[in-house]
Design a protein around this ligand. Structure first.
Ligand code: HAM
Length: 412
């Protein structure tokens, strides 16, 4: 788990702001659900035999209730969607969230135990149009972040019926190789064979390479959905490639599945910056009405590593250097007036030398500094330094706010 210090905040705000703007322009509304949910919600939604539920959740008991610090955002969003009967209020809901998630994974570059996701969920639209729109939207966000050569990978898992038929055939194929599979995969052969296709163990990978693919089992409807999605992405000019072996580690997915990889040179093995897909059965499985849905989530730490952006924190507008108690009193009043006029402003109340106060204004990269000493107070004329332009002027105390409104606003 990482501290995000004020010196890093500029980059975080830039990244979050880019997502917010893109989401809101596309008609998504922010949702904020609790960080803690009943453990059972994740077991049912994410799947009992997934790595997330089996190994990674921060789960605990309190007041006889099993609770878990959320490992992801989709389950909570679906729960809220059902709990507040949103389906009865509007035919389509487009939600987004930005917030921390928690998984007790082995930490590595780009893999943390507390990490932030920006994600979106669309409830109530079954068509491939919103799949294409979502994939294009996030490709646009990654481009706006300055990422080039992003690898958009898509696949279709088909619906429940397809999955069941495929599972049978997969087990038939894997069974003769049982002895050579990793211990984890041997166990999964009975519980969750699809996850074997996602295993990182070399012997599992070798065996899965020859396995049948889901594509061979897609129904005509699944095929039509996937083909239409591809045609739409082609029309949008969104780059993508189809990987029939793509599976993801969460059990709720149906039909469209996607992942984006970027900046492998900086991220190494953890280069999946976002992932998502359809989950047309989840709302119903959790007790709501049959509701198609699709969503994705991006890992913000990974995107920060990938973009290596160097966004500085917002600079301070005005620094007030005050010499003596009387000057500090006037400084506090002036600071309040400047803030009310929309400027960021800090007043030095340490009572140190003018030199050290001006050094602090430089350290903060303030755009302007105002010097208040006995002489300035007596004359009611303040010295205003424009630190960017390296100029200094004498300004009547009553005109300072107006003067800065002209000079600083003009400069931005
Ligand atoms: P996920 O693939 O588990 O999907 O996570 C999405 C993204 O979160 C990953 O691609 C990665 O960038 C980031 N991430 C995951 N685990 C970590 C970690 N330990 N440290 C840093 N970053 C991490 C989901 O969570 C789904 N809820 C996405 C979704 C929404 N599907 C449908 N709707």
């Amino acid at each position: 788990m990482n501290d995000i210090l004020p010196s890093d905040i500029g980059r975080w705000r830039w990244l979050e702001g880019t997502f917010r703007t893109a989401f809101e322009r596309a008609g998504f509304h922010e949702v904020r659900t609790p960080i803690v949910e009943p453990t059972n919600l994740f077991v049912r939604a994410v799947g009992e035999t997934t790595d997330v539920v089996e190994k990674e959740m921060y789960a605990f008991e309190r007041h006889d209730e099993g609770l878990t610090i959320r490992p992801e955002g989709t389950a909570g969003a679906a729960r809220a969607y059902i709990e507040h009967s949103i389906y009865a209020k509007e035919p389509i809901s487009r939600w987004y969230y930005i917030g921390p998630m928690f998984r007790g994974e082995r930490p590595a570059k780009g893999r943390y135990r507390q990490f932030y996701q920006a994600g979106a969920e669309i409830f109530g639209d079954h068509g491939p149009g919103c799949d294409a729109e979502l994939i294009d939207l996030l490709h646009g966000v990654l481009t706006a972040l300055g990422l080039v050569n992003v690898d958009v990978i898509i696949n279709s898992l088909g619906g429940a019926e397809t999955r069941a038929r495929f599972k049978e055939e997969l087990v038939k194929y894997l069974e003769p190789h049982r002895e050579r599979l990793s211990t984890d995969s041997q166990r999964r052969l009975a519980s969750n064979p699809l996850r074997i296709l996602d295993s990182k163990a070399p012997q599992d990978r070798e065996i899965s390479a020859g396995a049948p693919t889901l594509h061979e089992f897609l129904t005509a409807e699944d095929q039509a959905h996937f083909n239409e999605l591809r045609q739409m992405l082609d029309r949008l000019g969104t780059p993508y490639r189809v990987d029939p072996h793509l599976v993801r580690g969460l059990d709720y997915y149906t039909r469209t599945l996607f992942e984006v990889k970027a900046a492998a040179d900086k991220l190494g093995a953890g280069d999946t910056v976002l992932g998502g897909g359809r989950y047309d059965g989840l709302v119903e499985d959790l007790g709501g009405p049959k509701t198609p849905a699709i969503g994705f989530a991006a890992g913000l730490e990974r995107l920060l590593i990938a973009t290596e952006s160097n966004q500085a924190s917002d600079p301070l507008d005005v620094y007030i250097a005050a010499l003596g108690n009387a000057a500090q009193r006037e400084g506090l009043v002036l600071a309040r007036d400047l803030r009310a006029a929309g400027f960021s402003c800090e007043v030095d109340t340490r009572g140190t030398s003018i030199k050290s106060q001006l050094r602090r204004s430089e350290g903060l990269a303030a755009r302007a500094a105002i010097i208040l000493g006995d002489a300035e107070l007596a004359e009611k004329v303040y010295a205003v330094k424009n630190l960017a332009a390296h100029t200094q002027s004498k300004v009547a105390a009553v005109d300072v706010v107006a003067h800065l409104s002209q000079t600083l606003r003009a400069a931005t």
